[in-house]
Ligand binder design. Structure first.
Ligand code: PLP
Length: 390
């Protein structure tokens, strides 16, 4: 079946690709929706050689194959791989590309789990990590050494939502022959396709927007076939595979990604403007506001600004806590990218593992509130925020 998956041309829109790419052709017993194959192992059916055996941990069941095709098509990469979580995508990619003695350049503002993986796990293996300013990486090439193997950035960094200078990073990686890796979770392929900008590998926590329904944990890796094959081998050895039922749910969630993002882009911008005009709000961080530090870059490199907003209130931590306590529509919870609006304080959630000095250097205050705008009616959310700020 995997040999004759539908071949979608690149000129087709992202919404169409999300729905049709990777679907079995012909449909399995006519089923319009891809069924779930909840089977750990498969019969030998004229298979020659091990590589064609099917087994869930080998990431090659019909559910994996369809999902890989869909993900690769939507981000315009040659191949893709799904993993048991976003962290499994990140750790497996890094462990696959790096060995003891290597040096990595990573953007300073990183997802907390990634930061902690770099400083705890990679250092145990004798892999050196050096951090640089993703907003202003003008000195990046001078940091590259003979041992430098990989440069790591995030499209939009959590929680101040600054957009890294992706063009400088890609140029540096190409000039110095270093692998460029980007975590594209916050932007999604609807708003940014890093492979088309020249990145070697794009990573996702599919737990967030790609699935979009806050009901599973999954990861994705997209890139050139040779790189994905290498990472796939590492994933098989470490065992961080995605279960077929989670594949099925992610597959279903992906089909609506384009419509969800278009709505969240529009709602995010309206809500960011509402906060910017509100007297109780000290500062709003949203890539689509002209007041945001990396607005020009975001305008150039993104096709939408997304649903993530951070705000700092005038009266600090108490005001932040009161605002969160008073919300009636939005839920107070970590994570992001689902249909329901989620609000959290990064210092006690996503950045709890980042040392205080490091947080200060990044400009993340204790009173910062991060919002993941969901799919509720924008007017209802604005009303909820207005009441909570009173
Ligand atoms: C959530 C997240 C991760 C980790 O993903 P999990 O699915 O929780 O393992 C990595 N990067 C970013 C940007 C995230 O938001």
């Amino acid at each position: 079946m995997e040999g004759d998956v539908m071949n979608i041309q690149k000129s087709i829109g992202t919404g169409t690709t999300l729905i049709h790419a990777g679907e079995p052709e012909p449909r399995i017993r006519g089923a319009v929706s891809m069924p779930v194959f909840q089977s750990s192992t498969y019969e030998y059916a004229g298979v020659e050689g091990d590589s064609e055996l099917k087994y869930i941990r080998w990431n090659n069941t019909p559910n994996h194959v369809a999902l890989h095709e869909k993900l690769a098509a939507v981000e315009e990469g040659e191949a893709a791989l799904v993993t048991a979580s976003g962290m499994a995508a990140i750790s497996t990619t890094l462990l696959s590309m790096l060995k003891p003695g290597d040096h990595v350049l990573a953007q300073r503002a990183l997802y907390g789990g990634t930061y902690s993986f770099f400083v705890t796990e990679l250092s145990k293996l004798g892999i050196q990590v050096e951090f640089f300013d993703g907003n202003n990486p003008s000195n990046l090439t001078s940091l590259v050494r003979r041992e430098t193997k990989l440069i790591y950035v995030e499209t939009i960094a959590n929680p101040l939502l600054h957009m890294a200078d992706l063009e400088t990073v890609v140029n540096c990686a190409n000039d110095t022959d270093v692998i460029s890796v980007i975590d594209n979770t916050f932007a999604t392929p609807v708003n940014c396709k890093p492979i088309t900008l020249g990145f070697d590998i794009s990573l996702h926590s599919c737990t967030k927007y790609l699935n979009g329904h806050s009901d599973l944990v999954a990861g994705g890796v997209i890139g050139r076939t040779d790189l994905i094959e290498e990472i796939s081998g590492t994933l098989i050895r470490y065992g961080g595979t995605l279960d077929p039922h989670a594949c099925f749910l992610l597959h279903r969630g992906l089909k609506t990604l384009a419509v969800r993002m278009e709505y969240q882009n529009a709602s995010g911008l309206r809500i960011a403007r509402f906060f910017e005009d509100h007297p109780a709000v000290e500062k709003v961080y949203y890539p689509g506001l002209e007041s945001h530090q990396t607005y020009k870059r975001a305008r150039k490199l993104l096709s939408g600004f997304g649903g993530m907003i951070s705000i700092d209130l005038k009266d600090g931590v108490t005001a932040a806590q009161r605002f969160m306590d008073r919300l009636e529509v939005a839920l107070v919870a970590p994570s992001l990218g689902g249909v329901e609006t989620l609000v959290s304080r990064p210092v006690v959630t996503s950045h709890v593992g980042v040392p205080i000095e490091e947080r200060k250097a990044l400009g993340i205050t204790d009173s910062l509130v991060r919002l993941s705008i969901g799919l509720e009616n924008t007017d209802d959310l604005i009303e909820d925020f207005k009441n909570a700020l009173e």
